[in-house]
Design a protein around this ligand. Structure first.
Ligand SMILES: Nc1ncnc2c1ncn2[C@@H]1O[C@H](COP(=O)(O)OP(=O)(O)OP(=O)(O)O)[C@@H](O)[C@H]1O
Length: 518
């Protein structure tokens, strides 16, 4: 029987209640007093005996209520704590100062594959792969935060926090460890770095060749084979890689992209493979997870693969052959499950002949080749892409531009786009910014000068150059006034916004044939 006995500030109540119980030859299991409430737990009683005891207690002075309860407060608290600790996804292990388990939650048991048998009170040395950290905390009283620990037995990486626990006198009496598997960390990383999902529907085209390429790529998405995407800069290699990932069974895991040119070779190696603590000067404490491991279950996009050093090529080859990685400074191989999509705009076949690209790696990468033609080789796509990019740019700067004039389109169709769709995007964005009316006009199409996007210089035709500096300045002035007119709808406001007198702005509007009615 469990009772909750409420009273009005009454001294000696515990004694009086105990007297009643003992007088009736009943065993008291426990009693708790919290402010004006006394909780009593006895051995189980027959119904009539229970009623009799309750009546007797009610007779005591200053008792306001006596009722039966299901759980004693301490046990209720313990159960609530159990629910909390067993609901959280982190593993929690508390030990005493000898390293004997005092508490282990459900997640810790699952993460560390601990036996179902009762291990409370047993030393955790043989049970957890981070006993060294626990020991250090118990000896020094120091905390260890986000330490990466590898379990050779289960081949799993964990992230572990170990913190000392002190009693009220400041004496260390144990420690508590929080454990997360790298999978959970990976999911958090994925959430934080998530980008808008790219699908095949985001690839805009009209040409037959692109139709065929998208059809093939959709099919390749289902397999786990390595893909090598070839094509000039800005022609959509990464777009295809993302679409393939998102159409693959790996879509719920990470897509990680790394540009092999952008990072110095030694850094690239540690980015890809990770490293063990202390493996080189500057290596961060606890080691570092490499991208191959981080992308586990997902896709790793190695952009500009033709730019990696010969030494790194050999290491990459090993990963592709063995499906394992060895961190820098480590001895063990870690199995990985990553789909590789590599991309390059370099002539790998020529590089093999000049021995700057390993042929064995080439054949490992080139399992499924995908050639993306340059935009100038599929001019049918220019119009649909230009319209698509115009809508995107207009929406992002919130303008009403909704069309491309025929002459402007012709100008685009006649251009070579060495920077491919990326360059087309820039040209359209620029045009949307400078266009005065609701249409992009030919004069709004301004090509980049002196670009060497594909290693070739693309000179502008004279047609695209203003006649002289004065003409260029007038063009810019007209465009700025035109843009401002979209925002300021009276000549007074327009003049004020541009720092010009009312008469000056009217004169300039007349000069450039601009009016608010347009
Ligand atoms: N067919 C397409 N439809 C819509 N957008 C495209 C298309 N092709 C490319 N793009 C856009 O053009 C830009 C460049 O594409 P992406 O980054 O995929 O090119 P890349 O070949 O990987 O370039 P790089 O070799 O320079 O890394 C991106 O903003 C991409 O969304």
């Amino acid at each position: 029987m469990k009772l909750q006995i409420e009273n009005r500030d009454r001294h000696g109540l515990v004694y009086d209640i105990a007297q009643i119980i003992l007088k009736n030859g009943i065993n008291i299991v426990s009693m708790e007093v919290i402010k004006n409430i006394t909780y009593l737990e006895t051995a189980a009683l027959p119904c009539d005996k229970e009623k009799f005891i309750i009546k007797e207690i009610k007779k005591l002075s200053n008792i306001t209520e006596v009722k039966k309860i299901a759980l004693m407060p301490r046990y209720k608290q313990y159960q609530q704590m159990q629910i909390v600790f067993n609901t959280i996804s982190e593993g929690v292990i508390a030990t005493d100062k000898e390293g004997n388990a005092a508490y282990i939650n459900k997640a810790a048991r699952q993460l560390l594959h601990l036996p179902e048998s009762n291990i409370i009170g047993k030393n955790v040395q043989k049970l957890v792969p981070f006993y060294g950290l626990l020991k250090k905390t118990l000896c020094t009283g120091n905390s260890f935060l986000n330490h990466e620990v590898f379990s050779r037995e289960s081949n799993v990486h964990y992230l572990v926090n170990v913190q000392p626990v002190f009693d009220e006198t400041g004496e260390l009496f144990g420690c508590i460890a929080l454990i997360r598997s790298i999978d959970a960390v990976r999911k958090i990383y994925q959430k934080l770095t998530a980008q808008p999902v790219t699908n095949f529907d985001d690839i805009i085209y009209q040409s037959d060749i692109m139709h065929l390429l998208v059809k093939n790529a959709r099919q390749y998405a289902g397999s786990a084979s390595t893909i090598l995407i070839r094509g000039e800069t800005g022609c959509g290699k990464e777009l295809f890689a993302r679409a393939i990932h998102n159409a693959s069974p790996r879509l719920n895991n990470m897509f990680l992209a790394i540009n092999c040119t952008a990072i110095p070779d030694t850094l690239l190696e540690s980015e890809l493979f990770g490293y063990e603590e202390g493996s080189f000067t500057g290596a961060s404490k606890g080691g570092k997870l490499g991208l191959f491991e981080l992308a586990g279950g997902g896709t790793l996009f190695l952009d500009e693969i033709g730019d990696i050093s010969f030494a790194l090529q050999a290491k990459l080859l090993r990963v592709l052959q063995e499906h394992t990685v060895r961190r820098i400074g480590a001895t063990e191989e870690i199995p990985i499950d990553v789909r590789i999509i590599a991309a390059t705009n370099r002539d790998l076949e020529h590089m093999m002949q000049t021995e700057s690209f390993r042929s064995d790696l080439y054949y490992r990468l080139n399992v499924i080749p995908l050639y993306l033609p340059a935009l100038r080789e599929r001019r049918e796509d220019i119009e649909v892409l230009a319209r698509h990019l115009m809508k995107k740019a207009a929406a992002s700067i919130n303008t009403a531009i909704s069309d491309i004039d025929g002459a402007a389109m012709k100008k685009l169709m006649n251009y070579d786009f060495p920077g491919n769709i990326r360059e087309l995007g820039n040209i359209i964005e620029r045009a949307v910014n400078i266009a005065a009316g609701s249409k992009i006009m030919a004069e709004d199409i301004v090509f980049d000068f002196n670009r060497t996007a594909t290693g070739r210089q693309h000179a502008q035709t004279n047609e695209e150059l203003p006649e002289n500096l004065e003409a260029a300045m007038q063009l810019t002035e007209r465009n700025i006034i035109g843009r401002a007119m979209r925002k300021y709808k009276t000549s007074r406001k327009l003049g004020a916004a541009l720092g010009l007198s009312h008469t000056s702005i009217l004169r300039k509007m007349k000069k450039y044939k601009l009016s608010f009615e347009e």
